[in-house]
Design a protein around this ligand. Structure first.
Ligand SMILES: [Zn+2]
Length: 59
């Protein structure tokens, strides 16, 4: 079953898999664009990459 609100992403740099909200809490704390941001930052290596590359789904 699909779980709402939880999205696991994988860092293209170190292949560390983490929840987006986890990355937000860990790596993005203090960032002013925290609320609306299309980027995810890997809490492990600090690599920043865009969410859902090439694909955008409207609600
Ligand atoms: Zn990484």
């Amino acid at each position: 079953m699909p779980s709402k609100g939880k999205r696991i992403v994988r860092c293209p740099s170190c292949y560390f898999a983490f929840d987006i909200s986890y990355g937000r809490a860990m790596a993005c704390s203090g960032c002013i664009s925290l609320v609306q941001c299309d980027m995810v930052k890997c809490p492990k290596c600090g690599y920043e990459f865009p969410l859902s590359p090439g694909r955008k789904r409207l609600l």
